[in-house]
Design a protein around this ligand. Structure first.
Ligand code: 4AD
Ligand code: MG
Length: 467
């Protein structure tokens, strides 16, 4: 076959130089037609849209065409022509077809209309579907939006370690990293495992958050963000939790809690706007297929300013709702760690727009948050979103050495692990604040998908690490 440089379908469908000779390569979605002419719908992943290839059967051998089945990979040379019936402006009149890879009839994606649950079982093939093609193109676009946003604002992308010896959130949900022989663990007199002879000479884990190291950088470079994988061994089998997820954590010197809220709101709106501007074909597809309210919800988030409300007032609203007969699965009282049903009540039913809840009880938040004068609450902020619940968690940080050291002691966090963190408060401490956005929670919102397993290529959840 004559070598012609390949055009991606996304570019080809925009071309109007009809009559040109072109080459496309991709995977056959469908082939249909009559005895004289066949139509191949070809997709190469560059866009949700297929290009229609018209095949005059008289010019091709039956032997070749019998292998051009759904899922097969082909390279096609042909003439770009104006299309009348394909739903696109351009189509291709095939002059040469090369079979790059045949696809036999055991290919599980031949029929349309598979459930998302079934597609999770074939996660190695699901990127070939329209739905997952759309989701993963949007995922890429959101990553670009995030880097662009922070770069333009003068933040530095800072790489924090994935292997760590400290527990940032103090929730004890860490996966251990070891080269020890698990069948022959040496223990001391008290029964504790000896780690001296382990790879790092101490107990090590996969990080739950890059924040603590991010703070070291923010108090030197001024404004940084991290964007990397984080790991939580929490045994929660929900549509919103993963054991391995990606988090974006900006951290800014001299920001207080209000600056932090302003940044979170501006940042998330920028990402949503980027999706509407750059992923319109994919979002329209997901809107039509899965979630008829998606585009409207994305647009409405851009229009409204987020509600900002202390936790205590949020509890008052929830208690009033309960008094009026609203039923929740979990109880509501001051001090409770809100369940996602509570968060969604505030957002979807009470305020009908995103809510930033602040000043949570210190008992349910991490040790590093700035303590309020009342002695009971900390300067935390959670951004709550429709359909998602918590999408961002953050705070102004405790910058006072004594208060922070006291809190670390109260919570019995081993200070031998924290000396380097405390040093930032000893040497030129400064007010600072930051937050973490769960990348997959953002993607749930932007794609309208209902299960977090469907917005990451290879989800890791309890009892599932396939592919
Ligand atoms: O609220 P979290 O636990 O906060 C932190 O880790 C802070 N160190 C962030 C900071 O201040 N720099 O987690 C932040 C966000 C949550 O709001 C949620 O969006 C997401 O991370 N998240 C998860 N996403 C998927 N699966 C899980 N298991 C998640 N746990 C948290
Ligand atoms: Mg949180």
């Amino acid at each position: 076959m004559e070598k012609i440089s390949r055009t991606k379908i996304v570019d080809l469908l925009k071309r109007e130089d009809f009559g040109a000779t072109v080459n496309v390569k991709g995977w056959v979605r469908t082939r249909r037609g009559s005895k004289q002419v066949n139509f191949i719908a070809l997709n190469d992943g560059s866009t949700i849209n297929n290009v229609q290839v018209v095949v005059d059967l008289a010019s091709f051998s039956e032997d070749l065409l019998k292998d051009v089945t759904t899922g097969a990979c082909v390279s096609i040379n042909g003439i770009l022509t104006e299309s009348v019936g394909s739903g696109q402006k351009a189509e291709i009149q095939a002059s040469d077809i090369e079979l790059l890879g045949a696809c036999d009839n055991t290919y599980p994606l031949q029929k349309k209309g598979h459930t998302l649950e079934f597609l999770r079982e074939i996660a190695h093939l699901r990127p070939r579907t329209n739905t997952f093609g759309a989701v993963f193109r949007i995922r890429h676009n959101m990553a670009m939006a995030i880097h662009t946003y922070f770069h333009q604002k003068g933040f530095f992308y800072f790489h924090t370690p994935i292997i760590t010896a400290s527990d940032c959130e103090g929730a004890g949900q860490m996966f251990q990293v070891t080269t020890k022989n698990l069948y022959d663990l040496k223990k001391d007199e008290t029964g504790s495992i000896i780690y001296d002879d382990d790879f790092f000479g101490k107990q090590a884990s996969l990080t739950v958050s890059g924040q603590l190291e991010g703070e070291l950088a923010a108090t030197a470079l001024g404004a940084i963000y991290t964007f990397g994988p984080t790991f939580r061994a929490e045994n929660s089998n929900t549509p919103r939790h993963l054991a391995e997820f990606w988090m974006i954590e900006p951290e800014v010197a001299f920001n207080d809690i209000t600056d932090n809220m302003d940044l979170a709101e501006d940042f998330i709106k920028y990402c949503v706007r980027w999706a509407l501007d750059n992923c319109s074909d994919d979002i329209k597809f997901l809107n039509d297929m899965f979630d008829k309210g998606l585009i409207e919800r994305l647009q409405s988030v851009l229009k409204e300013s987020f509600v900002r409300l202390p936790y205590t007032e949020g509890i008052n609203i929830l208690e009033a709702a309960v008094a009026n007969g609203r039923k929740f699965e979990f109880p509501v009282y001051w001090g409770v760690d809100l369940a996602s049903e509570h968060e969604r009540y505030l957002v979807e039913e009470h305020f009908k727009r995103p809510v930033i809840l602040t000043d949570y009880p210190k008992e349910i938040k991490a040790f590093y948050m700035k303590q309020n004068e009342d002695g009971k609450t900390v300067r935390a902020m959670d951004v709550l979103f429709p359909k998602i619940g918590e999408i961002i968690g953050g705070s102004e940080r405790e910058s006072d050495y004594d208060k922070l050291a006291k809190r670390i002691e109260e919570l019995q966090i081993p200070s031998k692990d924290m000396w380097w963190y405390l040093d930032t408060r000893k040497f030129g401490t400064c007010p600072h604040a930051g937050f973490g956005l769960g990348f997959e929670r953002l993607l749930l919102f932007v794609t309208g998908m209902a299960n977090i397993r469907d917005v990451i290529p290879f989800p890791r959840t309890p009892r599932n690490a396939d592919f």
